[in-house]
Design a protein around this ligand. Sequence first.
Ligand code: 5GP
Length: 182
Amino acid sequence: MNNVKLSDIKVLIDEESIQKRIKEIANELNTIYKEEEVCVICVLKGAVMFATDLVRNLTMPLTMEFIRLSSYGSSTVSSGKVNAVEIKLPDLNNKNVIIIEDIVDTGLTAKFLLDFIAANFHTKSTKFVTLLDKKISRKTDIEPDYYCFDIDDKFVVGYGLDYNDLFRNLRFIGYADKSLLG
Ligand code: 5GP
C-alpha cells in the first residue's frame, strides 16, 4: 500500500545543505585519520546515498563493505527487533572501522551493529557516523560519534531513506504528514 505521492512530500533538508554538511563531517574524519586506512561499512539500503557521497569526500585509503539490516519492515515505527538480513564482513581485527547509517532512531540498530563488531573483532577503532539523529525516539544509550542533522519526531524519506521502498532517489530529505502514512 502506498498512498503517499511525491507532491505530498515537503522538503526538510535541501540538497545543498546535505552536501555542505557532508563536506564538514568528511573534513573532520580526514583530519582524524590522515593517511591511516579505514574500512567503511555502509548499512543498506538507507545509507547508500550518504555513504557514497561521504566517501567521495574522504582522502584516506579506504575499503567499503555493505551490510543489510532491518528493523522497520514496511512500517513507519521501529519493530523493536533488529534482523540481520546480510552481514558478511572481512577480518576487521586491527582495522579502523567507520559504520555509516542513514538514521539513528531508537538506537537498536546501532547497538546491534556495535555489539556485533565488538563481539567478533578487536578493531583498532570503531566510529559510528549517521546522516540523521532522531534523539527524541532513543531507547538505548547509543550516541553516534558524528551526525549530519538532528531531527525531531518526523518520518523522513529521500536521499536513501524510504517509505515502502519508495522515495530513496530524492536528492533532498523530506517528510509527509503523519496522517498520510499507513
Ligand atoms: P533504530 O534501530 O535506530 O530504531 O532505527 C534505525 C533504522 O530505522 C534506520 O536505519 C532506518 O532504516 C529506519 N528509520 C528510522 N527512522 C526513520 C525515518 O524517519 N524514515 C525512514 N525512512 N526510516 C527510518
